[in-house]
Design a protein around this ligand. Sequence first.
Ligand code: G6Q
Length: 552
Amino acid sequence: MTKLTDLPAWKKLQQHYLDTKDIHMRELFAQDPERYESFSLKFHDILFDYSKNRITQETMDLLLQLAEQADVTGCRERMFSGYPINNTEHRAVMHTALRNKSGEPTYADGERIDEEISTELDRVKLLAEKIRTRQWLGHSNQPITDVVNIGIGGSHLGPLMVTEALHPYSIHDLHIHYVSNIDENHINNTLETLNPDTTLFIIASKSFTTQDTLVNAMTAKDWLMHKLESEENLHKHLVAVTSNVKMAVEFGVAEENIFKMWDWVGGRYSLWSAIGLSIVISIGAEHFDALLEGAHDVDEHFKTAPLAENIPVIMALIGIWYNNFYNSESIAILPYDQNMHRFPAYLQQADMESNGKGCDRSGADVDYSTGPILFGEIGIASQHAFYQLLHQGTKLVPADMLAPISNFNCIATHHRALMSNIFAQTEALMTGKTEQEVKAELQQQGLPDDEIEALLPFKIFPGNRPTNTFLFYTLNPKTLGSLIALYEHKIFVQGIVWNLNSFDQWGVELGKVLAKNILDEINIADPVSNHDSSTNALINYYLSLKPIKDPN
Ligand code: G6Q
């Protein structure tokens, strides 16, 4: 297999970068009145405008050649057909099967999986419906009013993000809480307002071995047991989502209250599975189906659209253009929708855990840059916080901006102002403000020449800062499903071009193992000397203050 940097398209892109890097987007827009038409795509209710990027048609042609030479289409085919493309864990990658609405059978590593997916989804919907309609009763025959999802990483961020994003679709007399942090503040703060008689816990852990989740689950169980007293009563307040049924049963969850997960779905791609139980409880089965449908539509688009019109492919290639040729280090995700406030955090895991890797699929070190640092926040809030750096800083930070054209409860005065901001920002980032423009403006204000000269450098905006804009009608379940799937496939395409296994996460292991060893040392509480001097001193300082008494 040819190394990425030896591919003919890569070499041509290097030269093309040198030829075009000094062109300002202002010039590109001035030269081509059709630029927006050439560099925008529509998918159902989602408009994707990528015209405000430092690209020409030649850039796109070369990037598309790169995708072809990196065999994006062949790898895409292997993923959808259930081939074990997660080579370090010998697993297929079939989160797309969880939302497959085609009725076609699906396979993971040769085994048919669609029937059990549908059985499990039906069980999830049934439980959710019982809770939503107050038929699921706690030990004292009171209906459930609060559901607490205990999970972390992929068993937390997706469900949390979707529940928040679809707040207008949620059932309002039922409260969904999320606890992920092993820091006791998280569970303490959550439990302080809850009543064990009316609370149901979902222990969401694919492995059922994750320390954070198990410690939180044990605290929840103790909290319940104070009031409920018997294991039998407990069964009415505990359910689990896991592929490790044995451990969940040993923990005290009744087998009929355990929902299955499979090896072929990675944690960060699992919100479509029973891990989405809290979502289904919140928004109901019909809306969850719409979420799946939106994602499935994108799967079909990704599978069938020509590369030049394939939105995830274009998103991925533009990212590669900045990451590998402009050497930009990061990407900002900036939703102009308050309900999407966890979207950047969700994508941070999806992207950085998938493509934050330094060796390729064969285990060889890569000699090119891979996954970017992804960060983000609500766009409006960020304008008053870190947009300064985006406009005038020394770093090139390509940004994705996302906004709904209307809202569920739209108030025109709010929404028009919101939209004016997103449009203004993408325009300002692209055009900037030249020296002449600043000068003219200050002269108009009647400032003396010496003051104008002094202020001038601070008021110039270089512009030429790239953005993608996604506009959609409203953030409904179907649209959200589509948006998430667009990003999932973007990450996949980038992983293929960078020749990475985007579906393992060995990088999170080392810290976990060390934490387990240090926990043993902390429990023994004798001074330690087996670490580096800093770590020894920190542990010993902590132990010397005897901060916690052992409850036993
Ligand atoms: C995601 C990762 C990771 C995982 C958590 C929780 O892709 O694998 O974030 O989801 O570590 O794991 P469990 O669900 O097994 O508790």
